[in-house]
Design a protein. Structure first.
Ligand code: ADP
Ligand code: F6P
Length: 324
């Protein structure tokens, strides 16, 4: 029988993502509505090991849903990858009366949650990453804000690119995944979209594309390059040398992780956070919340981590046809 849950914790871990605050707020308010106490653990697993633990009341999450970043802070913590670190984390939870934790983060953070669950602390993961690279869910908190931020920035680079008749390589985040690049590439009408899942590292194809487009009278050439391919600056130098067309690289970087979350991120984060609080209060453990085919649902973490996710062939093909 599932043990009674009296106190739950919430932490954010890994890279921050817009909408994490909405998820924290939902965990706090739904947890309290379910009759449990809620504690916030600052700075991810590092904060857990440092015992940076605070009580959270409903009012503590007022005026946070619209804010980017995470009010709890986040961190990457190598110590938590070790068994000793995980055992210490579980002991600290017990000392503070924390029966279970909602972990808001990406795949790496889920592994930490899986480890804590093995140490007897109930855990539920909530997908918080701009990268959209978690296989068990069609949606991750932060993706929508990140692509909209990137899309706006790319539109601006395109204006100046056209004025100067330049080629622009714009590098977007995504770690090893090409979702941000694919979505922005389509939404910004890029001439080339380079994603790690599909790129053949044949720059001659890009060079031919630029030369042909220029002959057809196009004044700009936008290449969206995913971080997983990288090397945008050296790529720009090579392309300029081969085409004779001025080519500049812009790396959008951390601006993609900041800013006020979009409505979609606030909504998904709110439902996912509340769902996580509910199943944690029911005594479930080693689960992650996901969204598939219009439904919010939960999966075993071990199964979720074993799932594979790939770019849709159809979406990729369409992106290529539309860019021509
Ligand atoms: P994300 O959660 O965004 O994928 P990371 O991969 O950096 O980000 O993971 C965040 C944190 O989760 C790490 O700093 C570490 O504390 C914890 N973590 C990652 N992998 C493991 C693991 N295999 N075992 C235990 N904890 C892990
Ligand atoms: O996972 C989110 C993300 O922004 C990735 O897109 C990127 O590769 C990584 O985090 C950067 O992490 P850091 O904050 O450690 O530089």
């Amino acid at each position: 029988m599932a043990r009674e849950i009296k106190t739950i914790g919430v932490l954010t871990s890994g890279g921050d993502a817009p909408g994490m605050n909405a998820a924290i707020r939902a965990v706090v308010r739904k947890g309290i509505a379910n009759g449990v106490k809620v504690k916030g653990i600052k700075k991810g697993y590092q904060g857990l090991l440092n015992e940076e633990i605070i009580d959270l009341e409903k009012k503590d999450v007022s005026d946070t849903i619209q804010r980017g970043g995470t009010i709890l802070g986040t961190a990457r913590c190598s110590e938590f990858r070790t068994l000793e670190g995980q055992q210490a984390g579980a002991e600290i939870c017990k000392k503070h009366g924390i029966d279970g934790i909602v972990v808001i983060g990406g795949d790496g953070s889920y592994k930490g949650a899986q480890a804590l669950s093995k140490q007897g602390i109930n855990t539920i993961g909530v997908p918080g990453t701009i990268d959209l690279d978690i296989a068990c869910t069609e949606y991750t908190i932060g993706f929508d804000t990140a692509i909209n931020t990137a899309m706006d920035a790319i539109d601006k680079v395109r204006d100046t690119s056209s004025s100067h008749e330049r080629c622009s390589i714009i590098e977007v985040m995504g770690r090893d995944a090409g979702y941000i690049a694919l979505w922005c590439g389509v939404a910004n009408g890029a001439e080339d979209i380079l994603i790690p899942e599909k790129y053949d590292y044949n720059e001659q194809n890009i060079i031919n594309n630029i030369i042909n487009n220029r002959k057809r009278g196009k004044t700009h050439h936008i290449i969206i390059n995913a971080e997983g391919i990288g090397h945008s600056t050296s790529m720009a130098r090579r392309i300029e040398a081969a085409t004779g067309i001025e080519t500049r690289a812009t790396i959008l970087g951390y601006m993609q992780r900041g800013g006020n979350p979009t409505c979609k991120d606030r909504f998904y984060a709110s439902i996912m956070g509340a769902y996580a609080a509910d199943i944690l209060c029911e005594g479930k453990t080693n689960r992650v919340v996901g969204y598939q085919h219009g439904e919010f649902l939960d999966f075993d973490i071990d199964e979720a981590l074993a799932m594979k996710k790939d770019i849709s062939e159809y979406q990729y093909e369409v992106s290529r046809i539309l860019s021509m």
